[in-house]
Design a protein around this ligand. Structure first.
Ligand code: ATP
Ligand code: MG
Length: 566
């Protein structure tokens, strides 16, 4: 994958859609769907699928994309997830209009289809327990064995299936299975289970049902009922396609085309809902929307824009081979967008007090600062300058090392939008810790240039001590310290690769007063320090910022190195 490649060439799925339109295979229709199971929050992998399905619909005239909740397993599904998923899809910029569907709305229809297969001698009730079913299935190298109940009469099957529905049997005591081929080379075709008994309430159908369809049985029917044209799913389902086709062919119903693509994997990230759930339940993160999580709500809270996520999905493209995308590319797309759109402000994360000895005691000047050099329309704002300021601790060195051009004793630097200052004295506490600097300023350098043309080697950001607001900054690093979090020693799991330094909280930051009314979700570039976003934990007494991403762009470096090699 190369982020430089233009996307003018159609990916293989869009090529299939274009060809089908040309041959009029679906009467000129394009209908896709995004089918999440409401058993967790959406993550960046789902964003790939959302952009693909809604994207294809939007790119083709009259194209439609359904939002369908594949809610066939009542054990893990909840309304909380349904609402969160809707919010996330909308936030990503997609609109399903009136095309919101639930697999559970088709339960009656699915039941009738199952009766149809029983009547055709293609499905039977099996009394084996889950253990035995597994035993009878055989292995990749050995064929399975027919179950002793396989040859029940149609009438007996119809009767038992109806009684399964009525709740006469215990969970796990019987299942309905398709009668296909226990010797098939494809294990999915060895009489797969269509219905299981679960005496569990469903988040939408309540206690109406106690038999629930399996994914394989339900999914194709959902696609068929909604008259989907292209049913796009991830590669794990390639082996299930023969079954998808078998069910629809045996029923003789409308038959969409299933197409598989490679799922998104990201370095330093786990993507399975099960694992993300574990992190939440075990309190290893603060919740599904912890800004370190790869969930859409986590990324949003962190400060990601939906534009940057869509752009990332466009760049990674769609193909048939599993691979892992460098998380630096996602961050690169984010910086690209934030650079264009974020207002610049000055904020000091680790404050060091500076007193300008020759600046009048009560004086405050309002200096003009540029809001966004990338956007002339963004205008300017006033920032107060006074005798006592804060600068960043790391911008001063008492004994400067080679190549350190920032402030040091006797050295002159520029304070952004303000004056040249020279450090004259360093104050320390008993422990030798530097607590304050004294400087002088040159009044003729107002605005940042010296009339005599002398130059300084660096420009520092700063805030006025008495005007600045207190703030907390939460600095994030990758949630996992290994590129592949699943690469673990025997007996350990992905959690042993959690990065112990993924969150650093700085609680005595100082930010310029223009941020006093900053609302949760607002994004800024803190000059020289990174991109930050106001967290919902923010309140009137204390602003809380999440560092969305640093300014350094390792991806840009990787690309430059690649170009030089070529
Ligand atoms: P997970 O394995 O994370 O639990 P899932 O596949 O079980 O995901 P679903 O709710 O069934 O989650 O997914 C809805 C849709 O999103 C499916 O079509 C699925 O193929 C797609 N999808 C899920 N994960 C990814 C991924 N990493 N990359 C691309 N598409 C994905
Ligand atoms: Mg799934």
């Amino acid at each position: 994958m190369n982020a430089d490649d233009s996307t003018t060439k159609l990916d293989f799925i869009r090529a299939i859609v274009a060809e089908d339109l040309k041959t009029n295979k679906w009467d000129g229709r394009v209908v896709t769907r995004f089918p999440p199971e409401p058993n967790g929050y959406l993550h960046i992998g789902h964003a790939k699928s959302i952009c693909l399905n809604f994207g294809i619909a939007a790119e083709n005239r009259g194209g439609l994309c359904n939002l369908r909740f594949d809610d066939t397993n009542p054990i893990k599904e909840e309304d909380e997830y349904v609402e969160a998923i809707k919010e996330d899809v909308r936030w990503l910029g997609f609109d399903w209009g009136d095309r919101l569907y639930f697999g559970s709305d088709y339960f009656e229809q699915m039941y009738e289809y199952a009766v149809q297969l029983i009547k055709a001698g293609k499905a039977y009730v099996c009394d084996l327990g889950p253990e035995q079913i597994r035993e009878y299935r055989g292995t990749l190298t050995e064929p399975g064995k027919n179950c002793p109940y396989r040859d029940r009469t149609i009438d007996e099957n119809l009767d038992l299936f109806e009684r399964m529905r009525k709740g006469e049997f215990e969970a796990g005591s019987r299942v309905l299975r398709a009668k296909i081929d226990m010797a098939s080379a494809n294990l999915n075709m060895r009489d797969p289970v269509m219905y299981r008994i679960l005496h569990v309430e469903h988040h939408r159908t309540g206690d109406k049902w106690c038999i629930y369809p399996t994914y394989d049985w339900a999914h194709g029917l959902e696609d068929s009922i909604e008259r989907i044209t292209h049913s796009i799913c991830t590669l794990e389902f390639e082996n299930h396609r023969p079954l998808y086709d078998w069910f629809l062919d045996e029923l003789g119903v409308y038959h969409p085309q299933q197409i598989e693509f490679a799922r998104l994997n990201l370095s330093y990230t786990v993507m399975s809902k099960r694992k993300l759930q574990q992190l939440v339940q075990e309190g290893l993160v603060s919740g599904w929307d912890d800004p370190r999580m790869p969930t859409i709500c986590g990324l949003r809270r962190r400060g990601y824009t939906s534009e940057s996520i869509r752009n990332f999905c466009k760049r990674i493209g769609v193909n048939k081979f599993n691979s892992t995308v460098d998380i630096a590319l996602l961050e690169h797309c984010l910086r690209e967008d934030l650079n264009k759109t974020s207002p610049r402000v000055m904020a000091v994360l680790r404050p060091l007090k500076v007193v300008i000895d020759n600046y009048p005691k009560e004086k405050v000047e309002e200096l003009e600062a540029v809001n966004n050099p990338e956007d002339a329309g963004a205008g300017t704002r006033k920032v107060p300058f006074s005798r006592e300021l804060y600068i960043e601790q790391e911008d001063f060195m008492e004994e400067p090392v080679k190549k350190f051009y920032r402030l040091a004793p006797g050295r002159e630097v520029r304070l952004r939008y303000a004056y040249f200052v020279t450090c004259t004295d360093v104050i320390k506490d008993e422990s030798g810790q530097i607590v304050e600097l004294h400087c002088t300023y040159d009044p003729t350098t107002r605005g940042g240039d010296a009339p005599d043309g002398r130059k300084v080697k660096s420009t520092l950001h700063w805030v006025s001590a008495s005007d600045a607001l207190e703030a907390e900054a939460r600095l994030y690093d990758h949630l996992f310290s290994k590129e592949d979090p699943d690469d673990v020693a025997e007996g350990e799991d992905f959690k042993s690769n959690l990065n112990p330094n993924s969150l650093e909280i700085l609680s005595s930051c100082r930010v310029e007063p223009s941020l006093s009314k900053a609302k949760p979700g607002s994004r800024y570039q803190f000059e020289r320090m990174g991109y930050f976003c106001v967290d919902p934990d923010s309140n009137e007494d204390k602003l809380v910022f999440n560092r969305t991403v640093t300014l350094r762009d390792p991806w840009a470096k990787i690309q430059k190195a690649q170009k030089q090699k070529r």
